[in-house]
Write a protein that binds this ligand. Structure first.
Ligand code: NAI
Length: 506
């Protein structure tokens, strides 16, 4: 195979550099490995030879391919040995001054057409390139860990990067079978920016004591199909990695409220309770397995009260059908009887506000999250308000668990859990499109491959309906009077016009 880059230099042969070297060799390039640490390049070559041997043993490679890949790797003893490279990718320490110095040194070594690329995840490409005589030749080339398995690569254009350089890197990425996405040089690029909504909003929900960590995880897994709940995910990534990323992106966007980090993670980080790797995070770990608190038992209720549903409930016909299927006695009069359990199904508002506005008896009023079609979710979520009577809470819990479906009962919250978290994710993604950081299509691909979400954030918004997402955010803005919930113009306009969030202007 003729590679777009015949000879590729890798500087920094740690976890990331090795993975990138593997991809380059598999794309058919000769690969020169350089590391400041003596012996590190040789160790990287040996580790990669071992990786390919394992792939050979699994039948994923043949012997000739394996031998060819190993032969393509050569450790370099000095940076000057990279002079014949037509691409050099850097994966060294994450420090602007060190990276700038490396690229200035490289510029004096490689030929004038060579492309320079940085695997930085948090520094500005423009700032790294600013030290160069020819900043147009440097681009961001952001891989994810572990490189062979995370099949998305962000190609990032700095202010002066030439389009041709980005095109070459994009085409090269396809040669080793990964998916390239294009991003403008902005904090977090695509994946680390789009990922801000999930953890931060879940932390805010937990911070209000709406529900405990395990309940929030269960709700987001079962209602929306996330593989891991936000707290499981933070335990896996570890807070010494994820909290600084939250702070860095927030600060780089000049304290944009949408990205505001949480005191919960700051304090846990300070206390060393950072996650699975230390055996203690949002969950306790026993031999590497999370100790998950059991679900609260379904209350035993001898006689269920009749149920009255607010005329303003979301998906009211579906809620009626569900109540019928559960065998509830449904009241259809204009007002509830004195014995009735009163149900509201708000989008974005809290149960308390609805009880007050609709003049309902709050002691008998509960909320149910009807944002998603009940049949499409594996869990129902009910919310009390501060005045709800325990017998009414228990009756609602027992009723909605009658068919065996999981039920979580949470405290009052504008937007329950899933509405809040999903609307936040959608809004951040919409604003990234508004800012022109990437195309809607690249955003969807980057998030599904880079974060493993069940679908792209714009598709999530389209599934719920852009108008509904807009309503949720407007109402949450009312409940919380917090600018973090103000809708992006991208969402506001598409929601108002009933257009898909993928829609791009002509
Ligand atoms: P690592 O610590 O495993 O490897 C870094 C290597 O660079 C070490 O072998 C070190 O000896 C070498 N090195 C340091 N300064 C050098 C210099 N001036 N010249 C030559 N070699 C030098 O680190 P890792 O995890 O491989 O990350 C490297 C870079 O990749 C960082 O900039 C990081 O931001 C970026 N990155 C890391 C990701 C991750 O999940 N670890 C994900 C995406 C990007």
């Amino acid at each position: 195979m003729q590679s777009i880059f015949q000879t590729v230099g890798i500087v920094g042969t740690g976890a990331m550099g090795r993975g990138i070297a593997q991809m380059a060799a598999q794309a058919g390039s000769r690969v020169r490995l350089f590391d400041l640490q003596p012996g590190a390049a040789d160790a990287a070559r040996a580790a990669l030879a071992d990786t390919w041997s394992k792939l050979l043993a699994k039948g994923r490679l043949d012997a000739a391919q394996q031998a060819a890949y190993v032969a393509q790797l050569s450790p370099a003893s000095a940076l000057g040995d990279l002079s014949d490279c037509d691409l050099v990718v850097e994966a060294i320490v994450e420090r602007l001054d060190v990276k700038q110095r490396l690229f200035t040194d490289l510029e004096a070594i490689v030929n004038e057409h060579a492309v320079l690329a940085t695997n930085t995840s948090s520094l500005s490409i423009t700032a790294i390139a600013s030290a160069l005589k020819h900043p147009q030749r440097l681009a961001g080339y952001h891989f994810f860990n572990p490189v062979p398995l995370m099949r998305v690569v962000e190609v990032i254009a700095g202010l002066k990067t030439s389009a041709a350089v980005c095109q070459q890197l994009t085409a090269y990425t396809r040669q080793f079978g990964h998916t390239p996405v294009s991003a403008q040089d902005t904090p977090g690029f695509i994946v680390n920016h789009a990922g801000r909504g999930y953890g931060t909003e879940a932390l805010r929900v937990a911070g209000e004591r709406v529900a405990d960590f395990a309940t929030i995880d269960r709700i987001l897994r079962d209602q929306m199909g996330f593989k891991l709940g936000p707290f499981e995910l933070m335990d896996l990534t570890a807070l010494d990695v994820s909290h600084p990323v939250m702070e860095s992106i927030y600060r780089q966007y000049y304290d944009e409220p949408r990205y505001r980090p949480s005191v919960i993670t700051a304090q846990r980080l300070a206390g060393g309770v950072v996650g699975k790797k230390v055996g203690e995070g949002f969950y306790a770990y026993d031999n590497g397995t999370a100790v998950v608190p059991p679900e609260p038992a379904i209350p035993d209720v001898a006689q269920l009260p009749p149920v009255w549903v607010s005329p303003k409930a979301a998906r009211r016909p579906e809620l009626y059908q569900l109540l019928k299927d559960l065998g509830a006695s449904i009241e259809t009069a204009q007002a509830p009887s004195a014995a009735a359990l009163i149900l509201v199904a708000p989008l974005g508002l809290d149960v308390t506000t609805l009880a007050a506005v609709e003049r309902l008896d709050p002691t008998r009023t509960m909320g149910i999250d009807m944002m998603l079609d009940d049949a499409a979710t594996k869990r129902r979520v009910l919310a009390t308000n501060p005045a709800t009577r325990p017998d009414m809470r228990d009756a609602a819990h027992a009723l909605f668990a009658r068919d065996g479906k999981a039920v979580s009962v949470i405290r009052d919250s504008g937007g329950f859990v899933t509405q809040r978290v999903v609307a936040t994710i959608v809004n951040i993604a919409a604003d990234m499109c508004q800012q022109g950081i990437c195309t809607p299509k690249d955003l969807e691909v980057a998030v599904t491959l880079g974060l493993g979400y069940p679908m792209g954030p714009l598709a999530m918004g389209d599934r719920i309906g852009p108008t509904n997402v807009l309503e949720i955010l407007f109402n949450m803005g009312t409940v919380y009077a917090d600018p973090r919930y103000r809708p992006s113009p991208w969402l506001r306009r598409r929601g108002a016009l009933g257009l898909s969030l993928m829609h791009e202007e002509a």
